[in-house]
Design a protein around this ligand. Sequence first.
Ligand SMILES: Cc1cc2nc3c(=O)[nH]c(=O)nc-3n(C[C@H](O)[C@H](O)[C@H](O)COP(=O)(O)OP(=O)(O)OC[C@H]3O[C@@H](n4cnc5c(N)ncnc54)[C@H](O)[C@@H]3O)c2cc1C
Length: 410
Amino acid sequence: MSQNKTCVVIGASHGGVNFAFALRKEGWKGAIVLIDKDQTTPYHRPPLSKKYLELEDSIQNNLLKPLESYEKDNITLSLGKEVAKIDKENKTISLSDGTSQKYDVLVLATGARAFVPPISGINKAKNVFTLRNAKDVEGIRTAFHNSKQKNIVVIGGGYIGLETAASLKKLGANVTVLEREERILARVTTPYLSEFFANLHKANGVHIDVDKSVTEIQSDGNKNTVVCADGTTYPSDLVVVGVGIRVNQELASDIGLEINNGIVVNTATQTSEKDIYAIGDCTFHYNKIYDVHVRLESVQNAVDQAKVAAANICGKATVYDALPWFWSDQYDVKLQIVGLSQNFDSYVVRNEGAMKFSIWYFKNDRLLAVDAINNAKSYVMGTKFIKTEAKIDKEKLADAAVNIKDVLIN
Ligand SMILES: Cc1cc2nc3c(=O)[nH]c(=O)nc-3n(C[C@H](O)[C@H](O)[C@H](O)COP(=O)(O)OP(=O)(O)OC[C@H]3O[C@@H](n4cnc5c(N)ncnc54)[C@H](O)[C@@H]3O)c2cc1C
């Protein structure tokens, strides 16, 4: 059936690449064309702020798939090409180099880009970087090595900002993190975990200042001064901006696809247009476990949706019903998160040591999510308990002397 058809994928990152290979595996016999404006062979994004930055690793060690795999699976990888427009009536996409490409099925895996906040002078100043792709890391590395004092200001105390701070600290930089809210990670976690990470960074010599709204970056040659609303100033050789993302949804919105905090897809990852699917960071989708619509920024979500899209396109009706998970590495600390903690009404901390604990989030006594610090067992058991909707005795849970397997209410 798919013999003479073409499936075009826009975006060759975690979503697009996994989709292309999954589509072949599902039995698609036609052409698969995978397009990305990035020139680099598709690579893993999470290490960019972690090992890749810290160990000054080569991108060749971080590829999603070896280059030969694309040829082997007859996937046309078209890099350094930006898709400018979709013509859904004629099922054609136009590229910014003036060429076009027909499709029978189109998959949007366009992800997101780093948000550049409207800070005065930010576009003029030298050595100011966001961190979304390999080229950003190359820029950071070069500026870092060229700087004498190695004073680095990271704007934004979210996961990417903090991971970047930890990696640059390990490389020997003097790092200050400026966070606009009253605590780091305020948007994504509890004060308990925020405090843990704040202390962790302090112990490792990273300076964190909260309630700091950056208003201006003044530049003098290669040197910058970061200015905050309260008048404080921070000299810096290098500024890394990690204040969130913007979804790459314009191609979809231009052709009238439904948009709501991302490209809206159904549980089969299909957009409001029958032959156009969307996967990964760019999608706003239904999560059955939590009965909410969400947009997730995680590798797991991109990979799961890729598999669901591939199966559905090949005629195997499949529903996306994954339990979200995520991780972050900072210094020697591994945080693993399972579930969505939004709207929790209580939480329990299970302390198994200063650097080993877990936070369990509940709503009406139903376990929603677990944040596990250096604690794979709690992460694994938490996953199981959420999936089985297990009833948990919170007092026992809080007592680390009680085996995690014995915290259930029968
Ligand atoms: C520094 C960093 C650290 C992270 N750490 C973690 C982590 O620890 N754990 C985790 O789960 N997730 C992490 N993430 C998030 C994770 O990388 C994303 O969730 C994942 O990359 C999403 O994949 P995606 O394919 O949906 O989108 P993206 O990775 O954003 O890829 C989209 C691709 O589409 C291309 N594109 C967009 N528009 C066009 C166009 N018009 N024409 C051609 N190409 C286009 C882009 O160039 C890009 O390559 C991290 C992200 C970053 C940046």
